[in-house]
Design a protein around this ligand. Structure first.
Ligand SMILES: [Zn+2]
Length: 137
């Protein structure tokens, strides 16, 4: 069984760092469990909303830079936010792709022991910060 990203999931890859969207489009080909892309690039307004409702812990999220993506298992027509086994299966697919292609992408669960949907390009934000500051001068 091989899965495909829905149009909705594909639309949520727009604006992401190419290595991150590549990892997701490769992972869907090898995952044993279907998944959907819940969120990619975020606006600062959206980020504020998530912090205020306790769903995020930072206003300087990697999502703002196109350096993070959230993936959730999708089984029998429903997202499975509480299915740890399914999350592990999706993570296995992502890691397979990350290892095969030598990508620098980390899993939220391994960074913080929470946030299983979250994958990010740790460290890359520094580069983007510098560019943003340069552009502002
Ligand atoms: Zn996230």
């Amino acid at each position: 069984m091989s899965y495909k990203l829905s149009e909705r999931s594909l639309s949520r890859l727009v604006g992401l760092h190419p290595a991150l969207s590549f990892a997701v489009t490769e992972a869907i080909r090898v995952t044993p469990v279907d998944f959907g892309v819940i969120e990619g690039v975020r606006t600062i307004e959206r980020q504020r909303e998530l912090v205020e409702t306790g769903k995020s812990k930072t206003l300087d999220s990697y999502h703002l830079y196109g350096l993070a993506v959230d993936l959730v298992p999708y089984i029998d027509g429903r997202y499975r936010w509480d299915d740890d086994t399914a999350f592990s299966a999706v993570a296995g697919a992502m890691k397979q792709v990350i290892d095969t292609h030598g990508l620098k992408i980390d899993w939220g669960w391994e960074l913080w022991q929470w946030d299983k949907p979250h994958w990010q390009m740790t460290g890359m934000k520094t580069v983007y910060d510098v560019r943003r500051l340069e552009a502002a001068v």
